[in-house]
Design a protein around this ligand. Sequence first.
Ligand SMILES: [Zn+2]
Length: 366
Amino acid sequence: MNLEAKQRFSLNLDRSLRYRSHMAFADLPNEEAAVEIFQESLNRDRLAHAYLIASSSTASVESFALEIAKTLNCETPLRSSETEAGIDSCGSCVTCRQIAAYQQADVTWIRPESKSRIITIAQIRAVLETVHLKAHGAAHKIFIVVGAERMNLQASNAFLKTLEEPPAGSVILLLTTDPHRLLDTILSRCLRISLSTARRISPESDGYEWLTRLCERIQHQRRGAGTRYHILSDMLECLTERKTVIEETLSASSPLEIHDDLEPKLRDRYKQELAASIEAEYRKQRADLVGLLQWFLRDIWLQTLKANQALLQLPDLAPQTGEIASRIKPAAALKNLNIADGLQRQLNTNVQEALAIEVALLKIAL
Ligand SMILES: [Zn+2]
């Protein structure tokens, strides 16, 4: 290797090492279009006060939001050659490192409560109390709502006013994998940035555990009716568990819990509202679970076609879906998909839940 090549090599090595420990927008080559939209708004001094960042992957929206927070607060940002505006973070200054470690007090992360998967009005209220306080030293106060579609109606409404006019120097980032579930009033107040990342379901996703148990059931038992009833009872158990958590969480934040001297009429109205919001959230989560089953069956179908593995939505379950695919024909795998689609549609009507799931599971070829 000649000297020049050696220098180039060590420079590349240095760069790759540096990038591995300190990320920046420059490290998100797949998101070039989205990065450009954001940098353009900085270049033109048109930073929006609220962005909706949408992608099918939670990890992607979170890392994008992290880069925005760093870029807006970096002490030594990369500057645009035209306008001198800071358009990317250095990744290594104290502020950048604190933000990357989730330890910068001016960057607030709001997440769905782990058990109920809901962002409650209480969480939003707690944040709103801090919105008008002075920053702890960062140039911008950043509020990042992870899983913004998980704000229920009350929480969304509480958030609207702030979303419309956040205090100067604050930026709100709403992250979502499901933008169509957000209220129009929320959507219309945000500048939307869509990321390109292909959809992948990771083992951390809701319901994934249930899916792995389903695979084990199929693997370790004969594939007769007995196994299907085990799969059915696992699914119903999973749904019951979710319903309980939703009931507990939403009841705890209902005015019924907070005021015990309500007029009977008002009390009735709150009761109805509570019941309706529990039902709505439960339906959402049930649709997610059936959606996961749909992705699973889709992967089995793709595997019967010997399709490219890169197309699988559940890459970690490829051995299991491959095994099932080796036993059934593409036509049967496709029929499975139609059965699951039908189930999803039926559950949107007032069909008896357990019966609809049972009928569908008994028909699926495994
Ligand atoms: Zn920095």
